[in-house]
Design a protein around this ligand. Structure first.
Ligand SMILES: Nc1c(NC[C@H](O)[C@H](O)[C@H](O)CO)[nH]c(=O)[nH]c1=O
Ligand SMILES: CC(=O)[C@@H](O)COP(=O)(O)O
Length: 167
């Protein structure tokens, strides 16, 4: 299994840019708040650890992961943000509803990123059960929210470099 005994939040092998110059949006789902709250803490703490200013971190809450697409779109409308993280937790139930939500949010946020030409980071846990989610929200497998924040920083820095290069 890919993540067996692996801390998915181990970034020791990469150089992470400073987050200080950039503005970030975080859209977080209220479904499975026990998990998404931990993802949010991981993301926020990682942004601040890498220099993001408190006033440059903007938060919106949406009902469920399916609404993360709309939340990201709304956050990107005024063009002020350099990257948006979408944090959610979808846990398999008895029906195929899980499949539709996971597919919709993955495709949806991709379309939003292309629409606004800004990075929209997929920080959504898609698990078989609650324990798998908790293990990836500050547990034995790290914190998907922290991963999303590091990814957002790296992509914001990439965008800034490319903008400078193309001037
Ligand atoms: N079952 C989960 C949901 N379901 C709700 C949907 O995300 C959506 O809000 C609803 O279908 C109305 O559009 N959401 C999660 O984030 N996680 C779940 O496990
Ligand atoms: C991912 C979901 O929407 C799921 O939790 C709902 O449960 P069910 O498939 O049993 O209706």
């Amino acid at each position: 299994m890919a993540s067996h005994h692996k801390n998915l939040s181990d970034f020791s092998s990469i150089e992470i840019a400073s987050a200080a110059p950039y503005s970030f949006g975080i859209a977080v789902s209220q479904w499975n708040a026990e998990v998404t709250g931990r993802l949010l803490t991981g993301a926020y703490d990682a942004l601040r650890k890498h220099g993001a200013l408190e006033e440059n971190i903007h938060l919106v809450q949406v009902p469920g992961s399916y609404e993360l697409t709309s939340g990201a779109d709304i956050m990107l409308r005024d063009g002020r943000l350099d990257a948006v993280m979408c944090l959610g937790c979808v846990i398999q139930g008895e029906t195929r509803h899980f499949d539709f939500i996971c597919s919709a949010v993955a495709h949806g946020i991709t379309q939003v990123a292309l629409k606004h030409n800004k990075p929209v980071i997929f920080g959504v846990l898609t698990t078989d059960n609650l324990q798998q989610a908790l293990d990836r929200a500050g547990g034995i497998h790290g914190n998907k929210g922290e991963e999303a924040a590091v990814t957002a920083i790296q992509m914001a820095a990439l965008g800034a470099r490319e903008a400078t290069h193309n001037e």
